[in-house]
Design a protein around this ligand. Structure first.
Ligand SMILES: Cc1cc2nc3c(=O)[nH]c(=O)nc-3n(C[C@H](O)[C@H](O)[C@H](O)COP(=O)(O)OP(=O)(O)OC[C@H]3O[C@@H](n4cnc5c(N)ncnc54)[C@H](O)[C@@H]3O)c2cc1C
Length: 318
């Protein structure tokens, strides 16, 4: 396992990787006829104002990098604002304070078991190695408050750290706190700014982003790199159909209608390697209302039946 692939490590790696290409683009563009308004140059460009993008922005800033966040909608409109805000973690201060016996290796093997061996081992290992300190960071640096620890339905361990949302979802509250952290740091978040193309130099190193704004197309250049945090593709029926089969394209959509797979469509022209596209998370949902019966199921007071009323699954068996 590459110990460097931490959230902060990924940030650094992205930025360093892009650095060499940035100089090339500046000289190339200077000679070309401008198609769009004068380029705006930043240390780093982050696409998407969801949890991933805003965390990356705060981390970048705290490491001395001045980022800009480009968001296609007029507010953070991805899945983060719909999320309950439950973080499955071990090794947190909260677990230690409550005397919970848990280990990173146990969390790793439980995650691999739940994913029936299909999870990416390196990413899963990275997650379990760092999620404890990341939850502490959310408390200390972002000011997130968590409910008392809850037990997972499987295994019965106190790993659920659920963000206190008050009158809104935990995920919505998390986004509000991350936005406040960006405001405190004067990190610009440009709304109604949709990334439509990654710009590259002659070696195809990513050097910036072409975005559709209210003023038309604008080129944003990055001295460092571009972080793509535009969410998934659950709202893109065509992608669902091509990557996961026609049946999945008819599933009820739980969450944002704006997560339309730009992480994939932006990177395809530069031949990015795409992996695990056939793997996805789904769960029981009341399709008419989009209500999530997870709490009823997890506490052991609900069962899942098919249209004939026949119980079809052991609800708490992983
Ligand atoms: C109902 C529900 C409940 C959930 N509950 C939990 C939970 O309790 N715990 C958990 O861990 N996970 C949960 N999840 C999953 C979790 O919400 C997502 O995995 C997570 O929010 C994804 O965050 P993100 O920052 O990657 O993307 P998102 O939050 O989806 O943000 C992506 C952002 O990118 C923007 N964007 C898209 N394309 C472009 C573009 N071209 N240019 C600029 N901006 C762009 C979007 O508008 C959006 O604001 C839940 C999901 C749903 C739907």
């Amino acid at each position: 396992m590459d110990q460097q692939i931490t959230r902060r490590g990924v940030m650094k790696a992205f930025l360093v990787a892009g650095a060499t290409g940035a100089m090339g683009l500046v000289s190339t563009t200077a000679q070309a006829a401008p198609r769009v308004p004068a380029a705006k140059v930043y240390d780093a460009i982050i696409l998407g104002a969801g949890t991933a993008g805003l965390v990356a922005a705060v981390e970048a800033y705290d490491q001395g990098i001045k980022p800009v966040v480009l968001e296609k909608m007029d507010l953070p409109a991805g899945n983060s604002i719909y999320a309950l805000g439950s973080v499955n973690a071990c090794g947190t201060r909260m677990q230690r304070q409550e005397g919970v016996t848990d280990s990173k290796d146990d969390l790793f093997s439980d995650m691999m078991k739940i994913a029936v061996g299909q999870a990416d081992p390196a990413l899963t290992r990275t997650y379990v190695e760092h999620i404890g300190e990341d939850v502490d960071w959310l408390q200390d640096t972002i000011g997130v408050k968590f409910h008392k620890l809850e037990k997972l339905p499987y295994p019965l361990l106190s790993r659920i750290h659920r963000v206190e949302g008050g009158s809104i979802t935990g995920g919505g509250k998390l986004i509000r706190l991350l936005l406040a952290a960006c405001t405190k740091r004067n990190i610009p978040i440009l709304y109604n700014t949709k990334a439509v193309e990654l710009m590259t130099d002659k070696n195809m190193a990513v050097t910036g982003v072409r975005a559709l704004t209210e003023e038309g197309l604008v080129d944003f250049k990055s001295r460092g790199g571009v972080v793509i945090a535009t969410g998934g593709f659950s709202a893109n029926r065509e992608m669902l159909c091509s990557y996961m089969g026609g049946a999945t394209s008819r599933l009820a959509l739980r969450g944002s209608p704006y997560v339309t797979g730009e992480n994939i469509s932006l990177t395809k022209p530069i031949f990015a390697k795409l992996v695990h596209l056939d793997q996805f998370h789904c769960g029981p949902i009341v399709s008419a209302t989009h209500a999530n019966p997870a709490d009823a199921l997890n506490c052991g007071y609900g069962i899942i039946v098919d249209l004939r009323g026949k119980r079809i699954i052991d609800e708490v068996n992983t």
